[in-house]
Design a protein around this ligand. Structure first.
Ligand SMILES: [Fe+2]
Ligand SMILES: [Fe+2]
Length: 157
């Protein structure tokens, strides 16, 4: 699969979970806990494969977008720390919904920047064959990626 198509699919999966969370009732604690578990897994794996495979390849293909990549890593840093906090949090905690809301704002902003400005530039610079090759590496990296947000490379520093 084309690398950018694969990453967009991941973004869609996460957005669907966000919508489910927003629809869940205030006191649907069990449901919200389950949704958050899936958000943690999806976003952790997604951050790992972007940081280990896609970001370095994109940076090499489109060096002009280096600042964007570096800012993206800092945004991942914030997101994975929030995920690690949500992992251990009781959904009845008064900060749980607020933390999820801020996480969703951060992720939506990050995804919009990736998709609107950056992906088109990377697509142009990489070309179809390279995108397919990177897509295959992304799929492989998904199999072995950590599910622990604090083991994502950007969690450090
Ligand atoms: Fe990202
Ligand atoms: Fe992404």
């Amino acid at each position: 699969m084309d690398a950018i198509v694969l990453l967009r699919e991941d973004h869609k999966t996460v957005e669907k979970l966000f919508k489910e969370f927003e629809k869940a009732g205030d006191e649907a604690y069990g449901e919200k806990r389950r949704i958050v578990e899936r958000v943690i897994e999806e976003l952790t794996v997604h951050a790992v494969i972007e940081e280990e495979v896609f970001y370095p390849a994109a940076r090499e293909a489109a060096p002009d977008t280096e600042d964007h990549v570096l800012e993206s890593v800092e945004e991942h840093h914030v997101v994975v720390w929030m995920l690690s906090e949500l992992a251990g949090m009781d959904p009845e905690d008064e900060r749980f919904d607020a933390k999820m809301t801020v996480l969703m704002e951060n992720v939506r902003h990050h995804v919009e920047e990736e998709e609107k400005d950056w992906f088109p530039e990377v697509r142009k610079a990489m070309g179809r064959n390279r995108l397919l090759e990177i897509g295959e590496r992304l799929e492989q990296a998904k199999q072995t990626a950590t599910r622990d947000p604090l083991k994502v490379p950007s969690a450090q520093k």
